[in-house]
Design a protein around this ligand. Structure first.
Ligand code: 13P
Length: 290
């Protein structure tokens, strides 16, 4: 089946009123177990990597492994570059075969965000590669992008409408109160704002900071048009916690297969719970990129 552009995948999900989880993967083996989880639930899925992961594993290697895994599991799979501020890395990812890229210029003023997003659209759109941009500022930590709680800013619906008109971007990540990482209190999600944005913006919306948000809140976001739901922290935590517990119980253990299996089992269960949460279980039907 190969890797698909996430544009038709997300448009279809939006029409069918379910979400698709975009899981941040940090290693080659995680590509396989995320797809294994999706295949067991017959769900489309998006793999995404931060710039840090591209630097540690290599864009071409990631594409080769993701392609092989998606062909093996026969699941509609997109491969997305998360939160990129660097045009050169975006070019590298697209050249390697990523099917979706995020240009994150949300730290700049509106006009500069538009300019940078258009520049990426000029490169990606004609190749059938999805482009995601962010408006407002999502708080928290995602790799080396750090936005303090007091600097987080929710997106303004009118700005979202103008931004999509000016850039033609096919997916938009408006900041609506979620944050990257685990919350100290409850996330302060502004559902009215999502509804207003969805009324003036036709493209699928992206929910960043999907970890540790109550399931019913994520489902409400999806019902309002947030078709891509990003999950990183909870997946990483499940994996690492299983390894930590293994060594607490068996400090002298030397066989990597023993602890990697436990880590995989824990992370796969977490992935499945997120797939069920967004309602994409059983939604696999062939989707073809143009
Ligand atoms: P979490 O780490 O909160 O799941 O956020 C992931 C994300 O939004 C990646 O862009």
């Amino acid at each position: 089946m190969g890797l698909l552009s996430t544009t038709p995948m997300l448009q279809k999900a939006k029409r069918d009123k379910h979400g698709i989880v975009a899981f941040n993967v940090h290693s080659f083996d995680s590509i396989f177990w995320v797809l294994e989880a999706a295949a067991e639930l017959k769900s489309p899925v998006i793999l995404q990597t931060t710039v840090g992961t591209v630097k540690s594993l290599g864009a071409e290697n990631i594409v080769k492994v993701a392609k092989a895994a998606s062909e093996h599991y026969q699941i509609p799979t997109g491969l997305h570059l998360d939160h990129c501020t660097d045009y050169e890395v975006i070019k590298t990812a697209i050249r390697a075969g990523y099917t979706s890229v995020m240009i994150d210029a949300s730290m700049h003023a509106f006009d500069e965000n538009v300019r940078q997003t258009k520049e990426v659209m000029d490169l990606a759109d004609s190749l059938g590669v999805n482009v995601e941009a962010e408006l407002g500022k999502v708080g928290g930590v995602e790799d080396d992008i750090v936005v303090a709680e007091e600097d987080a800013q929710k997106a303004v619906p009118k700005d979202c409408q103008r931004f999509v008109e000016l850039t033609g971007v096919p997916t938009l990540a408006p900041s609506i109160g979620t944050a990257h990482g685990i919350y100290k209190g409850d996330p302060d999600i502004d559902f009215d704002r999502i509804e207003k944005i969805a009324q003036v913006v036709d493209v699928p919306l992206v929910l960043h900071g999907g970890s540790a948000v109550p399931d019913q809140d994520v489902r409400r976001c999806v019902a309002e048009g947030m078709a891509k739901v990003n999950v990183s922290t909870e997946l990483k935590n499940a994996y690492s916690k299983a390894i930590r517990e293994h060594f607490e119980q068996e400090p002298d253990s030397l066989d990597p297969r023993a602890y990697l299996q436990k880590a995989k089992d824990a992370a796969k269960e977490m992935a499945k719970s997120k797939i069920r949460m967004v309602g994409s279980e059983g939604k696999v039907v062939p989707v073809f990129s143009e």
